[in-house]
Design a protein around this ligand. Structure first.
Ligand code: ZN
Length: 334
């Protein structure tokens, strides 16, 4: 072996060793980096989960407080999907039948003359769906049929055969067809009485043409207590009174129109908790396309209401005691 060759061999060995070190280092890096990242991400996820849980508790508390005050948070929908929520303190003259406490609230009397008290007024629950029809309307109608329950739909103006089928199905299956507004665009419908009347008449005529039913019931977009109308809502209420149309708000909000999509269980809990001891319960829900969890919540909600004593689920009719957030002018001016 020449001296030159020996030098070459040594140099090659060094190169191989360097390469080996590089490979080992790369391997360690390749294993360590994801591990460290995983740990870091796991810790951060845990922190975020805690924050979400905390926020959920806060939201639940707020909703509970709201329903305890018998308030509601109307949807301030812009188009179909985007919906804000506004907190509103209902005026004191709210027509909710809170004064009349159901007899079962007084448990003490029950022992002595319990059997005599069976003849209580039946508590009435009205399921109402706003903003439809949509692809969810048929699913909701299927569920209602399955449980033999009639509800009320405050619809908007949708065009196409599918929509006409939905309006007709609502009527044919014994539900109440109510009007929400044709366009649901706050700025235009609440611009003036004329604009409101034009929108509502358009919807009424459209529905009559399709179903043969002239709707007598209205739910204002955002509710009568909305804060989006620049005009005093009494202006529109007076117009409805002149037309012989009754408007309905709600005294229980399912909360399904909030910016956060609620789980079905949360929707059910909001409704059941919101019912409290009310004799007349009008529950606000939405059959808009972007509200799939409302559909998922419906079976459990109906089952829980049907399991309650002395409680009936009914569609809104002329005999229904209206739940209204604000009264008409004549009633408040005395
Ligand atoms: Zn609406």
């Amino acid at each position: 072996m020449t001296a030159e060759k020996a030098v070459q061999t040594t140099a090659r060995r060094k190169r191989v060793q360097r390469l080996k070190r590089l490979i080992v280092f790369s391997l360690i890096t390749a294993i360590l980096t994801p591990t460290v990242l995983s740990v870091v991400l796991f810790v951060r996820l845990h922190g975020l989960e805690k924050q979400v849980a905390h926020l959920e508790r806060m939201v639940a508390d707020m909703q509970k407080q709201q329903s305890e005050n018998a308030d509601a948070t109307p949807d301030i929908g812009i188009g179909e999907g985007l919906v804000f929520r506004l907190e509103i303190n209902m005026p004191d003259e709210s027509e909710e039948p809170e004064e009349t406490k159901p007899a079962e609230a007084s448990q003490d009397e029950g022992i002595q003359d319990g059997a005599e008290q069976q003849e209580e007024a039946v508590r009435k629950v009205y399921l109402t769906f706003d903003d439809g029809p949509s692809s969810n309307t048929n699913k909701i109608l299927d569920i209602l049929a399955q449980y033999d329950v009639k509800a009320t739909f405050f619809v908007v103006g949708k065009e196409g055969e599918w929509a006409e089928d939905a309006y007709n199905r609502i009527v044919e299956e014994g539900h109440t067809l109510g009007m929400h507004s044709y366009t649901h665009v706050y700025q235009s419908i609440y611009a003036s009485v004329e604009a409101y009347a034009e929108d509502l008449n358009r919807l009424r005529d459209y529905l009559y043409e399709i179903t043969g039913v002239e709707s007598r019931f209205v739910r204002f977009p955002g509710g009568s207590s909305n804060t989006v109308s620049d005009l005093d809502m009494h202006t529109f209420i007076t117009y409805l009174n002149e037309q012989g149309i009754t408007y309905f708000d709600w005294n229980v909000s399912s909360g399904d129109a909030g910016s956060r999509k609620l789980e079905p269980e949360e929707i059910v809990a909001n409704c059941i908790n919101g019912m409290g001891n009310k004799d007349t319960v009008v529950i606000l829900m939405h059959d808009a396309a972007g509200r799939p969890t409302t559909v998922e919540a419906l079976p459990a909600l109906i089952e829980q209401i049907q399991a309650m004593d002395n409680t009936e689920i009914l569609p809104i009719t002329e005999d229904t005691l209206p739940v209204q957030h604000i009264k008409s002018q004549q009633e408040t001016e005395d």
